[in-house]
Structures are given as C-alpha cells and as structure tokens.
Write a protein that binds this ligand. Structure first.
Ligand SMILES: Cc1cc2nc3c(=O)[nH]c(=O)nc-3n(C[C@H](O)[C@H](O)[C@H](O)COP(=O)(O)OP(=O)(O)OC[C@H]3O[C@@H](n4cnc5c(N)ncnc54)[C@H](O)[C@@H]3O)c2cc1C
Length: 329
C-alpha cells in the first residue's frame, strides 16, 4: 500500500483520510491539540462555545448521504432554533428553523462531529509541518526543528491557501493558483452569563453593524452548559482591524453587541475573544480541489468552493476519489 500524508485535520483532511484509508496508509499531521480546524469548540469553566462554524445545511445528495450514519449515531442533531433578523436594535423578522432546510450542529459540541470522524485515523496532533520537500520521488515532511516526520508517496495539503503556499515554496506555479483565493478574517466574541438573558431568539443576524451573528450557544441541542452567547464580527471589520490590540477589539465588539441588543453586557461573567485570520471565502469558480498527478500532490479545503462546512466535505471527498482512481490504475 502507498503512504499518504495529509496536512491538517480539519473536515476536508478528515474526510479525505477516511476514504483513502481503504486503499493506502494514511497519516494526518495537525498543528493543534485537537481535530476539526474551524469546526471548533472552546470550553472555559462552566461555558462552552462553538467559536468557528455555527451550523450546516446540506445542499447536495453526497453530503446528505455522508451525514446519514452520523445523524443516526446522534453525533449531529438538528438545531430548531428561533432565528431573527435585527435592524436598528429591532427584530424585523422571525422564523423557527425546522426540517427544511435542516440546521445541523455537532452534539454535545460542534467539534464532536469532527472528533467522531477522526476515530481510528492515525493523527499526529500538536505537530506543525514546516517543510514539505519532494526528494527522489518521495515527499519528505518535517517540522520547525527540521525533524523528519516521514517519507510519503503522496501529500495532501488541506490548510487554507496562504498556509499551503508557505509549505510549498518550491512550486512557484502554485502562487497564481493560490493567490486568486482570498480568505477573509473573523473575530469570535464569547460571553458567559450567570443568568438567562431571555432574548427573543436563539440565533440572529444583525444587519448594518460590525457584528454579523449572535447566537445563544447554550440553546443548541444537548448542551448542558451555562447560558452563553457567541458573536461573530463581519469579515470586513475583522480584515480591517485584525492587527489591532485584542482588548480594544473585544471592547468594541462588546459595545456593538450591547447596542444591537439594547442592553449593557459588561456584566458578563466570562468574556473572551478569538481571531480567525483565515475564516471564510466567498463562492469560487473552478475545480473543487487541486491535483498534480506528476508530483503526487493535492490541495483540498473549503477555499476551492466556498467558506462552508459542506464545501470542505466536498473538496476532501473529491480529492480522495481522484487519488483513489489514480492509485487503482
Ligand atoms: C468564525 C467562523 C464561522 C463559520 N461559520 C460557518 C457556518 O455557520 N456554517 C458553515 O457551513 N461554515 C462556517 N464556517 C466555515 C467552516 O468552518 C469551514 O468551511 C470548514 O470548517 C473548513 O474546513 P477545512 O478542512 O477546509 O479547513 P480547516 O478547518 O481550516 O482545517 C485546516 C487544518 O489545517 C491545520 N494546519 C494548518 N497549517 C498546518 C501545518 N503547517 N501543519 C499541520 N496542520 C496545519 C489547521 O490547524 C486546521 O486544523 C465558519 C468558519 C469560521 C472561522
């Protein structure tokens, strides 16, 4: 069997691994201490925040079929939240989410979905790949201390495009391919409270503000944690302020949220901020992955299609199918 290295244990990398494990020896290298990438959950004392992806609504048969067993096992459930749109502090529209389209979340936390997919896969966590070199027809993978992490027949890079290019400087032709995919940033504000705020929604989109999303994170199914809110900035505001002092960013987003909800949230018992440098990308034209069959190199990830969970799945899955076909020839 061939040896395949996958860099990144986000959804696209995990999905590619699950498929390719049937025909090859697969190893994933992940720089973080956990799996899931932007399908992320942060716990802090009695609070738990899904501070990356909020939910997903499958649009393709392929993704629906993939989700079927995971739904049956109960690692993903439908979030029938009360959704609102807010303009100038007023709720201007409200509806309850239901079966069509379903809004799915991981349970008991968003990244339980990714954790479930990672069961049985060889994943080297806390391992940041620093160099990927092609030597004598094999890929050598090494970390920041130049420790060799192994030699592989194929490498799949499932990181956002800027990080992929840093790993592959010996492929200058990739610069054009990668530079057309511009990812935007996002800040996540996490607020925990000692009491229920009795908001008239579980999830809301404020329009015309520096924040683009407010959810009562604790209202998602099977959360047994204390009442907490998760707020996202707009991508444009985050791009403009990404290098600003983080205390100032937190203060501004807290003020914005207080303004939108028309109540002072400074009394939150827990306040934290996370900055996502590569959070999202608008819909892209072209293929859903990159494959160089001469050098046994592939790049996958949501950024080929759109900044969505389903796009990450599609890209990882199609990359794996393409490599599987090449391996069986
Ligand atoms: C704030 C936010 C809100 C979102 N909301 C939604 C939503 O509501 N609905 C929706 O569908 N989508 C949403 N998304 C998008 C969704 O999270 C992504 O589309 C999807 O998770 C991307 O998966 P991926 O595998 O392509 O990339 P990632 O999840 O980014 O995975 C890449 C992995 O590579 C790892 N990595 C990077 N460099 C290295 C290295 N050198 N060595 C080893 N490992 C490395 C990273 O740690 C990461 O785990 C949101 C994203 C963010 C950030």
């Amino acid at each position: 069997m061939r040896d395949i290295a996958i860099i990144g244990a986000g959804l696209s990398g995990l999905v590619a691994a699950r498929r390719l494990e049937k025909v090859a020896n697969v190893t994933i290298f992940e720089k973080s201490k956990g799996v899931g990438g932007r399908i992320a959950t942060r716990r802090s004392g009695i609070y738990s925040f899904d501070h990356g992806a909020q939910f997903f609504t499958p649009k393709t048969k392929l993704f629906e079929e993939f989700l079927e067993p995971i739904l049956l096992d109960g690692h993903v459930k439908r979030w029938d939240g009360n959704f609102a749109e807010i303009i100038n502090k007023k709720v201007v529209s409200k509806r309850k989410w239901g079966a069509s389209p379903p809004h799915y979340v991981g349970v008991p936390s968003m990244n339980s979905f990714a954790k479930q997919l990672s069961v049985g896969t060889d994943i080297r966590k806390n391992t940041c790949v620093n160099k990927v070199r092609r030597i004598h027809g094999l890929w050598q993978i090494s970390d920041a201390n130049d420790n060799l992490l192994g030699e592989y027949d194929w490498v799949i890079v499932s990181t956002p495009p800027d990080q992929a290019f840093q790993l592959l400087p010996q492929f200058p032709s990739l610069r054009d391919e990668l530079s057309t995919h511009k990812m935007q940033s996002c800040f996540s504000l996490m607020l925990g409270f000692s009491h229920d705020l009795l908001l008239p929604f579980d999830a809301a989109v404020p329009l015309g503000e520096d924040i683009s999303w407010i959810s009562v994170n604790s209202s998602k199914p099977d959360r047994d944690n204390a009442y907490c809110l998760l707020i996202h900035s707009t991508n444009d505001w985050a791009d403009e302020h990404f290098k600003n002092d983080r205390n100032m960013v937190l203060k501004h987003l807290l003020e914005e949220t207080s303004g939108v909800l028309d109540r002072d949230l400074n009394n939150a018992s827990h306040k934290a901020l996370h900055g996502w440098r590569f959070a999202n990308i608008a819909r892209q034209e072209g293929t859903s992955y990159f494959l160089d069959a001469t050098h046994n190199l592939a790049l996958c990830g949501d950024w080929h299609i759109k900044g969505r969970v389903e796009a990450a799945f599609t890209s990882g899955y199609k990359t794996a199918v393409a490599i599987e076909t090449l391996l069986s020839d």
